[in-house]
Write a protein that binds this ligand. Structure first.
Ligand code: IMP
Ligand code: MG
Length: 178
């Protein structure tokens, strides 16, 4: 275990099972439908690359970059689109892949942005959800794990751009950011 990790919240083995189960749900729901899987960079990359391999359907992928965090562990609440979709979302069915939903500000903004630009539907698949932290109402359509109010890293999730490469999801030691 990494020296800055307090405890492992979701092991590598458990992540594998979680991803497979989400993939099966998505496969069932989107069978026969066209959709674009949209990853929110950078946090979703590890999750999305594992998830997409388990979905036996034909679909496009794309990426967006939205920012709400500074360097710390709290969302600033102000969301900006740094990189928009590469294609016009008009009349498209989009499935956003996210690492973790916290306040809900980021996804709320991104969903509104895509719907305003004419998307037919926008659904959300998140690996983790911290429902107790929500500031705006948002319920993910697919959720790997509901987790307590802890700052987590690994499997794509960072603190100050580090720890994304850890193969598990761990709770970051408080001494690292306090
Ligand atoms: P929200 O806008 O407050 O819902 O924040 C969502 C974004 O904040 C996620 O896409 C993550 O990048 C980041 N985030 C929230 N909680 C954590 C965490 O525990 N670890 C790492 N990143 C987090
Ligand atoms: Mg993120």
């Amino acid at each position: 275990m990494h020296k800055n990790v307090e405890s492992i919240l979701i092991s590598q083995q458990k992540l594998e099972k979680t991803v497979k189960s989400l993939a099966k749900q998505i496969e069932k729901d989107y069978n026969g439908k066209e959709f674009i899987m949209v990853g929110l960079l950078k946090g979703s990359v590890v999750f999305m690359s594992d998830l997409m391999k388990q979905i036996d359907l034909d679909f496009e992928i794309d990426f967006m970059v939205a920012s709400s965090y500074g360097g710390g562990t709290e969302s600033s609440g102000k969301v900006k689109i740094i990189k928009d979709l590469g294609v016009d979302p008009r009349d498209k069915d989009l499935l956003i892949v996210e690492d973790v939903v916290d306040s809900g500000n980021t996804l709320n903004f991104v969903i509104n942005h895509l719907m305003t630009n004419g998307a037919r539907s926008v659904k959300v698949c998140t690996l983790c959800d911290k429902p107790s932290r929500r500031k705006v109402p948002l319920t993910p359509d697919y959720c790997g794990a509901e987790i307590p109010d802890e700052f987590i890293v690994g499997y794509g999730l960072d603190y100050d751009e580090l720890y994304r490469n850890l193969p598990y999801i761990g709770v970051l030691k408080r001494s690292v950011y306090e």
